[in-house]
Write a protein that binds this ligand. Sequence first.
Ligand code: PEP
Ligand code: MN
Length: 357
Amino acid sequence: MKTESHQPDTLLIAGPCSAETEQQVLATAKAIQKYFPSAVYRAGIWKPRTRPNAFEGIGEEGLPWLQKVKAETGMLIATEVANAHHVEACLKHGIDILWIGARTTVNPFSVQEIASALKGCDIPVMIKNPVNAELALWLGAIERIELAGIKNIKAIHRGSHSSEKMAFRNDPCWELAIELKMRMPQLPIICDPSHICGSRELIPYIAQRALDLGMDGLMIESHIAPSKAWSDAQQQLVPDELYEVMLNLEVKRVQGKDSVKGLELEKLRIAINKTDGELLQLLFQRMDIAEKIGTYKKRNKMTILQISRWKELLDSRLEIGTAMGLNKPFVKKLYDLIHEESIRKQAEVIHVEEQIV
Ligand code: PEP
Ligand code: MN
C-alpha cells in the first residue's frame, strides 16, 4: 500500500487514543496530515476506562481543539460518544463522525439513548463490536442507529475480550467480523488493529490480516509522543511509524470478497488456521513431555527406544484414528514422524548421537 491517498478504497482513521492537550492534538494531526491528507482524524474526548482513577478524557474542553484540527488540516474529525450529552456536544462543535465504543455497544440502553439523540441528524456513525464477541449485540446496536435514520453507518472490528493468555490484548475473533459481513454485506467494516494488538509491534500483522480479509479501512492510534500518552501508551505509533506500516501493507483483491460464497471460504480458512494453531500447540506440548521422558530415562539409565511401548502406542493410535475415520496409512505416517522427533528430542537430552536411534 503506498499511502492511503493512493488507495481510495481503504479508509484510514488515525489519531491519538485521547485528546490530552491542544498542542498534542494539533501536533499529532499535522504530522498525520503530512502523510495522509485525506485520513479521518480520531481522538477520544470522553474515555470509558475499565478501572477508576485513570484519565477519563479531557471532556468538552477538547472539542474546539478538534475543530481547530479540521480548520488547519482539512481532515474530518471523529470522536467517541457514550451518551446523549456527548452526542449533543459533538453536534454543537461540528464533529464530522461519531463512533460508539466497545463498552457502550454492549449496553442496549446506552445505544438507544445515543440513537434517540441522533434522530433527525445525518452524521456518520461507526459502531465498534461489543467487548464480548456477541454478534447479536453488535447487530442490535447497528439496527438501533439505522432505525434512528442514520444512513452512513460503518462497523469497527476491535476484537473481543478473552481470559486466555495470548499475544494480543483482544482476541482478533475474525469470525465475528465475517459473520457480520455475511449478515450485512453492504456495511463497510473498519479494522482497529491498535485495540486488537495492545502493543505497537503487532499492528502491521493484524492490519495486513484485515486487508487480506477485504476490510474497508483501518483505525490506528497515532500519537506525537506515544510513550508519554495518557492512555493506551503501548499501542500508539508515532506518525512516521504509521506511515511505514501503511507503506508496507499489501492491498489484495479478495476474490469474491462481497459475495456470501467468498466469505464462506474465508470463514473455513480461518477455522483451518485456528485448528492448525491448536495442532502445533499440541505437538509442542507432546515434544515437551518427550523431553521430560528423556530426562527420566537418563536418570534411570534406560534406553531411549522401548520397542514394546512404541508398538503398543502405535497400535492404539491406529485404532483410535481409524475409528474416527482417518485414513490408516496417514495415521501410520504421522506417528512415524512424531515418534522419530520424540526420539531425537530424547536423544538430545541424553546426549546420544542422533544416528544411534
Ligand atoms: C478507543 O478507540 O480509544 C477505545 C476506547 O476503543 P474500544 O472502544 O475499542 O475499547
Ligand atoms: Mn485507545
